[in-house]
Write a protein that binds this ligand. Structure first.
Ligand code: B4P
Length: 188
């Protein structure tokens, strides 16, 4: 199964991908996690990404594509993957298309998690208290939501035109949402 999870910040992409990887038996590839690992390691890429992420902006498309290409080159993606956090704009959607065509691994499904903005803000505020992530402060969250509306939301139409997109109500318990995604994947 080759799956992309789309949705605004705080919609539950990372949460659901962590659960689905067990059921589907494929790795969870989160571009946010890959970037945070670079930041934690203090690598040159991490140093470049750190401030951009803390401001809630998007890290450059070139950096992301290089990072993703190297991750998709690993052996564990032979049976597929769950991609979480990519693509985040139309240029990344095109780049993903090209990359997957090159490695002969076209997508099976794209799932969009829909959650209203006030609930997103509430969830991220909860995580800010629990985990203290650098970009979960109110100012960065506002910026991330704006970036999502301006740059990422158009990606929904990109996949809708391909006929690969399923929209899921992302409000409910984590179990309910996992069940909705699995039901949608059966149909796809
Ligand atoms: P991400 O790591 O992708 O962060 P995110 O959008 O906030 O989603 P996340 O997966 O963490 O949250 P989730 O919805 O699971 O990106 C961080 C930054 O990295 C970006 O701002 C950008 O700077 C950079 N970046 C990443 N990818 C990039 C790209 N492709 N291009 C450029 N830059 C990129 O969960 C949120 C909270 O909600 C959690 O606390 C969770 O417990 C809770 N929750 C989840 N489901 C719930 C439910 N059903 N009910 C109640 N709470 C729930």
């Amino acid at each position: 199964m080759r799956l992309v999870l789309l949705g605004p910040p705080g919609s539950g992409k990372g949460t659901q991908a962590t659960r689905l990887k067990e059921t589907l038996g494929v790795p969870h590839i989160s571009t946010g996690d890959l970037l945070r690992a670079e930041v934690a390691a203090g690598s040159p890429l991490g140093l470049q990404a750190k401030e951009v992420m803390a401001r809630g902006e998007l890290v450059s498309d070139d950096i992301l594509l290089g990072m993703l290409e190297s991750r998709l080159g690993r052996d564990d993606v032979a049976k597929g993957f769950i991609l979480d956090g990519y693509p985040r704009n139309l240029a990344q959607a095109d780049a993903l298309d090209g990359l997957l065509a090159k490695i002969g691994q076209p997508l099976d499904a794209v799932v969009q998690l829909d959650v209203a903005t006030d609930l997103l803000v509430e969830r991220i505020a909860g995580r800010a208290q629990a985990e203290g992530r650098a970009d979960d402060n109110p100012e960065s969250v506002r910026k991330r939501l704006q970036v999502y509306n301006d740059s990422t939301a158009p990606v929904i139409g990109f996949f809708e035109n391909r006929g690969t997109l399923t929209r899921i109500d992302g409000v409910g318990t984590m179990d309910e949402i996992t069940a909705r995604i699995l039901a949608a994947l059966k149909k796809a």
